[in-house]
Design a protein around this ligand. Structure first.
Ligand code: HEM
Length: 309
């Protein structure tokens, strides 16, 4: 039987809650980690039963250093590493520490909150939550800058599995997925000050219709021109916007699942360093990456092994 992936291939729900946790210095993490693996399985099973149409899922990713600290199998997934910053002439994709990542989806805030609270209760003695972002579906699937986000994602079960899950290139980890996240803050005032036609040239698509600009019209520094590395190299993006008026923080939580991390890295290099070098992604003039971490989301079968169950 094929190994069963975590719910990495699910489509957007109305809400998402993203959390990054780091282990406390010197904490004995093994037993807690076992319980967390069992809890992740439990939360997903329970969600199917309680809310079959609720778009609920809980995906856990594990960072490189945590993998080693927890004594998980070696060799590691082939491309699991500590993310190295991508430094361009003007913008940098920073690297930040993350031991565990939780991607909680659901069509209501309540279920996301409950899953987060259950996980926190177990993790709290040995780890600290260093990032928590509440994402929401904004109108017809738009990012907070007003453009539909996700259109060119792989569609359909076969294509999503091909691009989202590790395949035969790394048999020990088949069915797992590389999970890369970045928290972006937008300078919305500056972006909104652009005429809509100019905003469209930043993304490379028309704002209201979401139709792609034709070749020859789309600028070479448009986001969709530089992020596209070919039809045979795609990733599954599940970004969501977030916003906080009191802190004047409007952003995008970028989250991607991929069969190989090198695909994501190539996208980041083209965006931040540019192609050719210096021709960087114009979206970055309005969006800065505040975090950047690579995780690996093992299959449910592996989580079961890790839980000792
Ligand atoms: C500020 C953060 C970001 C925002 C607001 C954003 C938004 C968008 C939007 C509006 C589109 C066009 C519609 C679509 O196909 O989804 C798009 C396309 C895309 N983005 Fe992003 N994005 C962000 C960061 C990234 C990053 C960091 C990557 C890769 C590491 C990336 C990869 C892609 C890809 C592969 C496409 C499809 C390109 C194509 O084939 O046309 N995006 N993004």
């Amino acid at each position: 039987m094929d190994p069963q992936p975590q719910n990495v291939l699910d489509y957007h729900s109305a809400n998402a809650l993203y959390m990054v946790w780091n282990f406390k210095e010197g904490a004995a993490v093994q037993d807690v980690f076992k319980r967390v693996c069992a809890l992740v399985i439990n939360l997903n099973h329970s969600a199917y039963t309680r809310f079959p149409d609720g778009g609920v899922s809980c995906v856990m990713g594990i960072g490189h250093d945590a993998w080693l600290q927890l004594g998980l199998p070696v060799p590691l997934p082939k491309e699991l590493e500590n993310f190295e910053p991508v430094v361009g002439q003007k913008h940098t994709a920073v690297s930040t520490k993350g031991d565990l990542h939780f991607h909680l989806r659901g069509n209501s805030d309540s279920i996301c909150y409950d899953m987060a609270a259950d996980l926190s209760a177990v993790l709290d003695p040995v780890a600290a939550c260093v990032e928590e972002v509440h994402g929401f579906r904004y109108w017809d699937g738009r990012s907070i800058i007003g453009f539909v986000d996700g259109t060119e994602n792989p569609q359909g079960a076969g294509e999503r599995a091909y691009f989202g899950l590790v395949g035969d290139a790394d048999p020990a980890y088949r069915g797992g997925s590389y999970l890369f996240v970045q928290k972006y803050m937008h300078d919305l005032a500056a972006f909104k000050a652009l005429p809509v036609e100019e905003q469209e040239r930043v993304i490379g698509r028309y704002k209201y219709s979401d139709v792609e600009m034709p070749d020859g019209v789309k600028p070479g520094n448009a986001h969709s021109a530089l992020a596209n590395v070919g039809d045979d190299r795609k990733i599954i993006r599940d970004n969501m916007p977030f916003g906080n008026m009191a802190r004047n923080e409007m952003g995008t939580y970028f989250i991607a699942y991929a069969s190989t991390f090198s695909t994501v890295k190539e996208m980041l290099t083209r965006m931040f360093t540019g192609d050719p070098e210096g021709n960087y992604d114009r979206l970055l003039d309005f969006s800065s990456a505040k975090t950047g971490t690579l995780f690996f989301a093992p299959t449910l079968d592996m989580l079961k092994d890790f839980s000792g169950g």
